[in-house]
Ligand binder design. Structure first.
Ligand SMILES: Cc1cc2nc3c(=O)[nH]c(=O)nc-3n(C[C@H](O)[C@H](O)[C@H](O)COP(=O)(O)OP(=O)(O)OC[C@H]3O[C@@H](n4cnc5c(N)ncnc54)[C@H](O)[C@@H]3O)c2cc1C
Length: 348
């Protein structure tokens, strides 16, 4: 039985949009996910299909080629992918890139790039992290030095989401190493026919297997002055700070939906399990009934037969504890599901 997680912020139009998203996911994304996990990316075709269906950059105004929706439309797409553990098409980073252009770009930059991001013709990535620099952005070493009217970029980046497929990379580089945060600028690098630009390895990660998180290299990459985001040097750090809350919001939406997906998967497993297991609250269900290896939370186990009995609703007959009646309970790691406030019995 499916769980319903209807959002307070939804409305009939949005429900209809959610149906479109689910149909797209089931027809175009789920069937290819296994192959994408092996390959390490989803391929350009899926991006284009998502664009044609109107699922990309939905909160970008129509003036710039977007759907003119709002963040709820974005959230619906992220939620439906996260609930199904589909991580390959990183639409959130793609949208974040669109928002940098929308909020900080010049009109010419918006006009040139936003429609291409909306259509999925061009995949967006943002390159901040370097092999030696993550959280401390001011420590980045990638340089953009003036050369004639434009700049020459040299440096390397790592852990860049959408890096393998990216057609547009926003690169954070130092334009003035003496100025700290004020010495950082962002550049729009159009990766097609871009001498000196090279994609390195698609990184083999613990998770997010279908997502192309990559190394990028910039060897004397020449960009014109029109490629400087917003047209003013030294604004990179402030542009990043301004848009981080939007990024954080996406992480929250996605994390919540992923938890709901896990709950739903658990419920489905429970519903098809034998009746004695089905009746157990989720927090007390032995991990042996999980389809895959369970999370390890030995601390969730009761420590004695008496404690085991107090776990069950008053008036019910507790099943025998899962250890020999004469023995001391064994707290084996991995034996229990994590404590969870939800009860399978109350799920509708
Ligand atoms: C799947 C994935 C996708 C990514 N996608 C992108 C992307 O698209 N673009 C991009 O630019 N980067 C991307 N990154 C990189 C990510 O932004 C960095 O991993 C992150 O900034 C942290 O940097 P770091 O890994 O070097 O860790 P570090 O900066 O070395 O931090 C290590 C630990 O130390 C803590 N720490 C660091 N500094 C301090 C401090 N001053 N005080 C207290 N604690 C501190 C951190 O919180 C962290 O727990 C991605 C990473 C992953 C894993």
């Amino acid at each position: 039985m499916a769980l319903t997680f209807r959002r307070s912020w939804s409305d009939p139009d949005l429900d209809q949009y959610r149906d479109t998203v689910v149909r797209f996911i089931e027809e175009h994304m789920l069937p290819g996910d296994e192959a994408a996990r092996h390959r390490g990316h989803v391929g350009h075709e899926l991006w284009r299909q998502a664009g044609q269906t109107g699922l990309l950059c939905t909160d970008i105004p129509e003036q710039w080629g977007g759907a003119g929706g709002d963040f709820r439309h974005e959230a619906v797409f992220y939620e439906e992918m996260a609930r199904r553990s589909l991580t390959g098409l990183n639409a959130s980073v793609h949208t974040i890139v669109a928002h940098y252009l929308l909020n900080h770009g010049t009109d010419a930059q918006r006009q040139r790039y936003l429609p291409r991001l909306v259509s999925g013709e061009c995949v967006g990535a943002i390159a901040m992290t370097e092999p030696g620099t993550g959280s401390d952005l001011q420590g980045i070493r990638t340089r953009a030095e003036r050369s004639g009217a434009g700049y020459v970029i040299n440096g390397s980046k790592t852990f860049i989401s959408n890096g393998f497929l990216a057609g547009l990379v926003l690169v954070v580089a130092k334009t003035d190493p003496t100025q700290g945060a004020r010495g950082l600028s962002m550049f729009i690098v159009d990766t097609a026919d871009c001498p000196g630009y090279r994609v390195g390895r698609v990184l083999d990660k613990m998770g997010l297997k279908a997502q192309d998180t990559s190394e990028l290299f910039f060897d004397d990459v020449a960009v014109g002055p029109e490629q400087l985001l917003g047209g003013r040097e030294g604004q990179g750090f402030f542009q990043l700070m301004a848009d981080l809350p939007y990024e954080r919001l996406i992480i929250g939406v996605t994390a919540l939906a992923a938890m709901e997906g896990a709950y739903q998967a658990r419920w489905t497993t429970c519903a098809s399990a034998r009746p004695s297991v089905r009746a157990w609250p989720i927090s007390r269900t032995p991990a042996s009934s999980w389809p895959r290896s369970p999370p390890r939370s030995p601390w969730a186990a009761p420590s004695s037969t008496a404690a085991w009995k107090t776990w069950w609703p008053a008036g019910s007959t507790p099943p025998p504890p899962p250890w020999p009646s004469s023995g001391v309970p064994k707290r084996r790691a991995g034996w229990w599901t994590p404590a969870c406030s939800c009860s399978a019995a109350t799920a509708t």
